[in-house]
Each structure stands twice: as structure tokens, then as C-alpha cells.
Ligand binder design. Structure first.
Ligand SMILES: [Zn+2]
Ligand SMILES: [Zn+2]
Length: 404
């Protein structure tokens, strides 16, 4: 029962994020954020953890090992809200300590998770031992071109380095606009004859095959802007999740909505089914979005191509690992400034940390079975390769701190 309760909480958080963004983004831009910083309280009932609470939440009695020590300036305390729409001004989060995560997470259970059809070894100590074939699947929903999207290969690389779990890309699903809906088209290898199946992969014929699935959508009157309805995507993802998936995350550059009044939603998860969909559409720094109408946007901001690609990649990487961590049972962080903090609107999302605090690092270290130094080295290489200087500098300092 505890596992079930935990899962509901964590998934609720994902769903909440999506609907919250939809409802609150316009509100924050209508002037409520003009209040002074000091006048913005935390949500009623929220208690900001003390530094002792934070250390206790890592689950160590006595001095934690060096890799979990806070150090001088690595982890800022959880910031106070600066806008009434900030996550912790709106929601009374109780926090999830390492002990709570370990006790309640269904991935640690001795029993195989519901809906999973892959090898399960109950006595395994982490997710990779319990589900030795398990992979994180990413599905490109619509085109990802390097000009206007984050590189899909880099998203795969980042998430595999972040979790130390194999990450696999599924073939792109094409989205084709038809009358009043969007058709989901999968690219599949032709199976017309045994000859084609035994030919080398390069010789096999690829055909676009409609799975007969229609996604709900809404399209602006001028036809320029379209949003897909999240639940119709989740329904389809439940049909196509591979047997050896730990989770399946669809990523798209198409804007999303849930209900008619929404401006947009960032995404939505059906955690019990281990599927989720997220959009990077609103992460493009060169686009201005209306705070009143879902269909109004302008490509107005002047920003260099390099800076635009870097920001898109950084924002998209952070969203992807935050949401995947939710699917793996990690709740929002209330202990430090951390990539698992909740965000109530885009501006709050953009300013959050890329890094895991000691509490969440311990959760994922135990769940995914990684070596912390090696993980930092892998991430350092990624940040250097992609010219994310601030992140690379933080990891380099942290590595030095934990190995001194
Ligand atoms: Zn979240
Ligand atoms: Zn954290």
C-alpha cells in the first residue's frame, strides 16, 4: 500500500505541474508578480526545512560521506518565492527524504511492478539488478531539426549519463494534420516477405505505417499554431511502450494542452503506466508567447543561433531528467536549490539548478547504482562538449571537493 500511495503522490506532482503551468502563466503576467519579494509568503502550512532537517533527509546518522556533504557554496537553500505563482507559494509540499523514498518506492519492491512484462530479479539491490533488461525509451513525436530543436542525440546522451541507465530512441513518429485531428504515423520496416526481414538493415524498406491512431488537437484560425491534447497522446503511448521499458517518454516540439481554458501545458505523465509526454515548444528563447491567447506568438527576440541552441539544450535536458526522475519515484525537492524543485511557471523553471542536491543524489545513486565520481566525470564531459560553462565549472569544483 505504501508503494501505491507514494506513486500516486509523485505522479500527482507531474500532473499538477502541467495543469499549473497552464493556468498560472497568464496570471503571473497580468501583474500579480509586481508584489515586492518580501511580501510573497510560502503556501499556507509549508515549513521551510532547517539545515539540520536537510542533513537528516539524506538519511545518514553522523557525518555524511564526503560526496554527500554540502560544502560551502555548492547548494543554496531552497529559495523563498519571488512571485505568487512560484511553486512553493502555491503548494504545500511536505518533502521526500531519502528514507521515505527508499521505503515507499515501487522500483525497490520485492514484487514486480504492475504492467511490466520483462525479466525481474526480486533480490536485486537496485533498478538495474531487478530489471536487467530495463531501458528508458525516448520517442521523438514529430520532427526534431537541429535548427529549431535541441539535438535528440544529446538529450539521449545527457539522460543516460544522468541516470546511468541505457537510454534508447524509438523511431520518429510523424504527425500528419488531417481534418480536425492529427494522425500518428509510425515508420516501420517492411515485413512483406521473409527476404526483406533477413536483408541487411540498410537494404530493408522503411514504410510509414498508420497505426490508425488519431490525436486530438486544436488549430488556430489562421492555421499557423497547433496544440496536441496530452491525454490522447498518453493513450497511444500506453499501446506502444516496449516490454523492456522502465519508462517511455515522448518528446515533441509541438505545443500541448489538456483542457480548453489552458494556455498550454508543459506535459503530462501517466505514472502507473510509466509513460509521459513533454513539449519543448515554449523553451525557444527566440519566441515570445502571448499571456492571453494560446495561439498567439511572435518570432521577435534577437538572439544568436549559438545562444539559442545552448539555452534550448540546457532547458530541455533539465526538464527531461526532472520528469524521468518523477517516473522513477523521485518527488519534488524542498531541501535545497535543486533540479528536482517544482516550478509553477516558465521563468521559475528557467532559473532552476541543473544539479541534484545531496538528498536526491543519494536517492538516484541507490536506485540506479552509479558511482558518484564517475557520474560527475561523465556529466562534466557532456557540459564541456556542449559549452555549458557554468555547469561544467560547478561539476569540476564538486569533483575536486569530493575527492580531496
Ligand atoms: Zn516536477
Ligand atoms: Zn534536491
Amino acid at each position: 500500500m505504501q508503494s501505491f500511495a507514494h506513486e500516486q503522490t509523485s505522479l500527482h506532482a507531474v500532473a499538477l505541474l502541467a495543469s499549473h503551468w497552464a493556468l498560472e502563466v497568464p496570471m503571473s503576467r497580468r501583474g500579480r508578480s509586481k508584489q515586492s519579494e518580501s511580501s510573497i509568503p510560502f503556501a499556507v502550512g509549508f515549513r521551510r526545512p532547517t539545515s539540520e532537517d536537510c542533513i537528516k533527509a539524506t538519511g545518514f546518522t553522523g557525518t555524511p560521506p564526503q560526496e554527500y556533504q554540502v560544502g560551502d557554496d555548492f547548494f543554496c537553500p531552497i529559495p523563498a518565492p519571488t512571485s505568487i505563482d512560484d511553486w512553493l507559494a502555491q503548494y504545500k509540499e511536505t518533502g521526500q527524504s531519502y528514507q521515505c523514498f527508499f521505503r515507499e518506492n515501487p522500483w525497490f519492491s520485492q514484487r514486480k511492478r504492475k504492467f511490466i512484462r520483462q525479466t525481474f530479479i526480486g533480490k536485486g539491490k537496485d533498478i538495474r539488478e531487478k530489471y536487467p533488461d530495463g531501458k528508458i525509451y525516448l520517442l521523438p513525436l514529430g520532427d526534431f531539426s537541429d535548427d529549431i530543436s535541441p539535438s535528440f542525440d544529446r538529450l539521449v546522451e545527457y539522460s543516460s549519463k544522468f541516470f546511468n541507465i541505457p537510454v534508447v530512441t524509438l523511431p520518429t513518429v510523424q504527425l500528419v494534420r488531417e481534418d480536425g485531428h492529427v494522425r500518428w504515423l509510425e515508420c516501420v520496416e517492411s515485413s512483406k516477405s521473409m527476404t526483406s526481414m533477413t536483408s541487411p538493415p540498410s537494404k530493408r524498406r522503411k514504410v510509414l505505417k498508420s497505426k490508425g491512431c488519431r490525436l486530438r488537437c486544436r488549430i488556430s484560425e489562421d492555421g499557423d499554431h497547433m496544440q496536441l491534447q496530452v491525454n490522447s497522446i498518453l493513450t497511444q503511448l500506453k499501446q506502444v511502450i516496449p516490454d523492456d521499458a522502465l519508462c517511455l517518454v515522448a518528446l515533441t516540439m509541438t505545443d500541448l494542452y489538456d483542457e480548453a481554458p489552458d494556455l498550454f501545458v508543459a506535459g503530462m505523465a501517466a505514472g502507473q503506466h510509466r509513460v509521459a509526454v513533454f513539449s519543448f515548444c515554449r523553451y525557444d528563447p527566440s519566441i515570445s508567447f502571448s499571456s492571453e491567447f494560446w495561439y498567439e506568438l511572435s518570432h521577435s527576440k534577437k538572439i544568436s543561433k549559438g545562444k539559442r541552441q545552448k539555452l534550448m539544450l540546457q532547458r530541455s535536458c533539465r526538464l527531461l531528467v526532472h520528469e524521468t526522475a518523477h517516473l522513477l519515484g523521485v518527488d519534488h525537492c524542498v531541501y535545497y536549490s535543486c533540479c528536482m524543485n517544482g516550478s509553477g511557471h516558465l521563468a521559475e523553471d528557467f532559473r532552476q539548478s541543473m544539479h541534484l542536491c545531496p538528498v536526491d543524489l543519494r536517492k538516484l545513486c541507490h536506485l540506479c547504482g552509479f558511482n558518484i565520481s564517475q557520474r560527475y566525470k561523465n556529466l562534466l564531459q557532456f557540459f564541456k562538449d556542449n559549452d555549458l560553462k557554468e555547469e561544467a565549472e560547478w561539476i569540476a569544483r564538486r569533483l575536486k571537493f569530493i575527492t580531496q
